[in-house]
Design a protein around this ligand. Structure first.
Ligand SMILES: [Cu+2]
Length: 310
């Protein structure tokens, strides 16, 4: 937590923050280190693998190598050891320094392979009242994020017209052009805010597809723990579920040309009713009215909180 976010939490505690302000929960903080706070189960798993097993292993390796170096420097320098040994090769040692690193990789794989599988394969069951039940198809929402030089087009593909075109499809442009003279938007969120953000309901399973119209891009939201290459002519997919409403920011994460740094991803996670409101307004074609609907993010009702927690 940075000083600034500590200050924000503090002002929220004493009640000076406006009641309906959009909670920003996923964004890079100046001076922060480590991952952004996890907003999904996937991001929690990614943070755990990084912070616990990998951190323990890398710390142990670093300490061992440092200790060996210090030992060699002290014990075998020219003064302490004027007559150096003339042997070469030590079979047991060479076998050990080949086999032990291989075993360490196997241990790392035991953590990372299941995680890769979990990220890749959408879940089929969910927990309701402590029991695992199949996820009903209506719990899923499909959104396609198409990368373009240099913005994203979002298509809500579950509902389509007779010709197969999605009823809601729009392009999300950065508010900031990246020029130093451009003072549009919140200076703390430079390059991250968009005109028409992606909007999804809290607590629902989101299946996202991603592709590109020109070069390779990458659809990435750090707080969700997802990063999927958007490739022309190929449809990649992934999934996420966010229980906490808020605004989550990401950026294209594949070098894609001169404005690569200016194709932000803004995802507004809102309660179900607010989402429906936004979606119906988008269908009428009045994008600005729809944008206004998700400007302030409503808090979850108590029933929804219970729902989201399961
Ligand atoms: Cu890109």
């Amino acid at each position: 937590m940075t000083l600034k976010s500590a200050f924000i939490s503090l002002t929220a505690l004493v009640g000076t923050a406006p009641a309906l302000a959009a909670p920003v929960v996923g964004r890079p903080e100046p001076g922060a280190i480590g991952f952004q706070p996890a907003a999904t189960e996937l991001a929690e798993s990614v943070s755990f693998v990084h912070n616990v097993p990998l951190m323990i292993i890398i710390t142990a390796i670093t300490i061992l190598v440092l200790a060996l170096l210090v030992y060699v420097i002290v014990r075998y320098n020219k003064r302490a050891n004027p007559e150096p040994g003339t042997f070469s090769h030590n079979v047991p040692l060479e076998v050990a320094w080949t086999v032990i690193p291989a075993l360490i990789l196997v241990v790392i794989a035991a953590f990372t392979f299941p995680l890769l599988y979990k990220i890749d394969q959408a879940p089929t069951t969910m927990r309701v009242d402590g029991e695992r039940v199949p996820i009903p198809e209506d719990q899923w929402l499909s959104v396609k994020a198409q990368g373009n030089q240099w913005n994203w087009t979002y298509a809500y593909v579950d509902e389509r017209d007779e010709e197969g075109f999605p009823l809601v499809e729009f392009t999300s442009n950065p508010l900031q052009t990246g020029l130093t003279t451009d003072t549009t938007g919140d200076p703390d969120l430079l390059y991250l805010e968009t005109d028409y953000p992606m909007v999804v309901p809290a607590g629902r399973y989101i299946r996202y597809y991603t592709a590109a119209s020109d070069v390779i891009h990458s659809w990435t939201v750090p707080a969700f723990g997802i990063k999927t290459d958007a490739i022309p002519g190929r449809l990649n997919q992934g999934w996420f579920k966010v229980d906490q409403p808020g605004v989550y920011y990401g950026q294209c994460s594949e070098l894609c040309g001169k404005d690569h740094a200016f194709m932000p991803i803004e995802v507004r996670v809102v309660p179900e009713a607010q989402y429906e409101d936004w979606y119906e307004t988008m269908k009428t074609g009045d994008w600005d009215a729809a944008r206004a609907i998700v400007e302030d993010i409503q808090p979850l009702g108590s029933a929804q909180v219970a729902d989201a927690a399961r």
